[in-house]
Design a protein around this ligand. Structure first.
Ligand code: NAP
Length: 261
């Protein structure tokens, strides 16, 4: 498995699992929980969620699947890398304490490995960075980062005291949406900040895309695998495709092998 190196020194696998639209419906709960457990059994170690997803439902679901896997010794806590996000309205020190504590409780975890600001907030960046630092002092989060930040946002963050400790930027990046390549990706490379690509399959839109068919035939791979492998093969880029289907989870996991071909 290709790994991504965070500026803080932590290394994590280049393929994880997203959880958007999970934890929204009670009737889907068992299937969704089984899919997360299957993903852990398969070898996925990075899981992305947010306090916003299912209004906490996705964190709860993920927490249940993780605690079951930890109890049955399928995986150790230090092998997992759990990412969650604070809602922008909650991104000042006072509100972040409460938001993060609720996320920890839903996830049934002492700490969150990587805590992100979900998108730029009306709260001053100084306050958000101070909030992240307080959470780190409490031991509730290890690394912190941002999401949906453009180059200007990243520059503004860099000018704030402590802003240089940002570990990652999670943005919409796919073979059909290469906007980040204009200036954001080069800027992040210059500052050694990796990119976590969300919606790497364009929310399913890249599956069976005719423009990818020639490549899929040549590589004997699916178009989802080609779309993911294309991103993974980029330096310091990782992907978090969401699937609650066991065969698609396997397919996405194996995309990393394709990125070596
Ligand atoms: P995505 O991962 O690009 O696509 C997910 C969709 O593709 C689902 O409908 C899934 O259906 C389907 N799919 C997955 N693997 C497939 C495969 N191999 N073949 C065919 N279909 C496949 O979209 P996303 O969920 O928007 O993005 C991924 C994650 O990024 C999210 O879950 C979330 O954790 C994160 N995200 C973050 C932000 C942000 O603002 N920071 C925004 C959007 C997303 P099945 O489940 O039925 O397989």
């Amino acid at each position: 498995m290709k790994n991504i190196l965070l500026p803080t020194g932590k290394s994590l696998p280049a393929v994880g699992v997203g959880t958007w639209h999970m934890g929204e419906s009670a009737s889907m709960r068992v299937k969704e929980q089984e899919s997360i457990r299957f993903a852990i059994d398969l070898g996925y170690r990075v899981f992305d969620t947010a306090e916003m997803y299912g209004e906490g439902g996705a964190e709860t679901l993920l927490g249940q699947a993780i605690s079951e896997a930890l109890r049955s010794n399928v995986v150790a806590r230090d092998q997992l890398f759990i990412v969650s996000k604070v809602f922008p309205n909650n991104a000042n020190p006072a509100r972040m304490i409460s938001a993060c504590d609720q996320s920890r409780k839903r996830l049934q975890l002492e700490h969150i490995d990587l805590y992100l600001l979900q998108w730029p907030s009306a709260h001053p960046l100084e306050e958000t960075v101070a909030g992240f630092e307080s959470l780190q002092s409490l031991g509730w989060i290890h690394d912190w980062g941002v999401s949906n930040f453009d180059t200007q946002n990243m520059q503004a963050l860099r000018s704030v005291a402590g802003g240089e400790h940002c570990a990652i930027n999670q943005v919409y990046y796919s073979v059909a949406n290469r906007g980040p390549e204009f200036d954001l990706l080069p800027w992040q490379k210059r500052h050694s900040i990796p990119m976590m690509a969300y919606s790497p399959l364009d929310q399913g839109g890249l599956v069976n895309r005719s423009s990818l068919v020639e490549i899929t035939e040549r590589l004997s791979a699916s178009s989802a695998q080609v779309a993911l492998a294309w991103l993974i093969s980029r330096q310091s880029v990782m992907v978090i495709p969401k699937s609650q289907d066991k065969s698609r989870l396997r397919e996405n996991f194996e995309a990393v092998d394709l990125s070596h071909r």
